[in-house]
Structures are given as C-alpha cells and as structure tokens.
Design a protein around this ligand. Sequence first.
Ligand code: ZN
Length: 203
Amino acid sequence: MKIICIGRNYVDHAKELGNEVPTEPVIFMKPKSALLQSHTPFYYPEFTNELHYECELVLRICKNGKYIPERLAGSYYNGITVGIDFTARDIQQEAKKNGLPWEKAKAFDNSAAVGKFVDITPAFNPKNVGFSFTKNEETVQKGNSGEMIFSFNKLISNISNYFSLNIGDLIFTGTPAGVGECLVGDQLEAFMDGVSLLKVEVK
Ligand code: ZN
C-alpha cells in the first residue's frame, strides 16, 4: 500500500504558510513505514526541532484504478477517518528554500497517524464532513470537506492520472488552517463529525 498526501487544499492553510493557492493538487507520498495506528505512541524524531501536526481527513481506497473519471471516483473509496500528517517543519522549510524534495520532512517513520475508519454509507455527503483536532484537550484545528479547494472526487481523479490507485491505499486530503507545534508529552486527539477516532501521545 501507499500513502498519498495533498498539500495546500484549504485556502486559509496555504496562506498561513505563505504559499500560493494551487490550480492543480500538490501531491506527495509517504511509505508504508510511515503508518501509525491510533493509541500507539509517537516518538519525537531526533532530527527535528520543530515538529508540527496537520490534522486531515483520510480516505481508504477500495478498488484498483487508473485514469479514474471524476464522476466515478466516489466508488473508489469505502472508508474515511481523520489522520495526522506529522511534519518536521524546520526540515521542510529548508528543503523548500533549496528546491529539494520533502521526504525527510514528511515521510519519516510513524509520520502518518491514522484513526479508526468509518465505512461510507449511501447517506454519506462528501461535501459536508466536519472534523476537528485537539492538543491537550484544546481545539486547535477545525475543518470541513466543503472548504477543500479540490473535492475528494477531483483528488482521486487527478492522483490516478499519475499513480495507479490500489486497494488499501490511503489519501490524506490536506489540512485546514491552525497547524502548529507539538512537544513531548502532548496528547493529540482527532474527531470526525464530533466522534473521537484518533488518539496519539507524543513521547
Ligand atoms: Zn498535510
């Protein structure tokens, strides 16, 4: 399986990091070794001094496909949850400045925390999935899929033009504004439509 991530999919977040609003999805990937399940501790990596959380909605791919048309993309995922795209922001800023790849900043071990998946039902409305994120029980991020620049279906269609999607692949769909630092001892929790699906302690 692979983990595909989207950068700058919310206008407010693109602005808070001083980036332009994209006209085409910004795509990067994390390897399988980046996966971290809920209730598993996250160990602060020794190579960074500025670890950031980014809370995001995560889709679970359930069908293999390539060149998937947008109108059919809704049938290619069967689960959704919240996740944390852990980012070594200091390493990423340095990489950006020098035009270098982001892997060291974004794809390290356990950098993709994933909550408990909720099955997609016929009642599911992809344009209105609310989510929020707390650090030490204080809400620091809030988002809704309706605010995304590129919808779930647009993302799946666009990604599949470049990479075949396979059963079990995960898509991190981008973070809203409010990203920030986490420190050792922080308790992180992510909610979708008010339900807690992911808990991580930084050790
Ligand atoms: Zn992200």
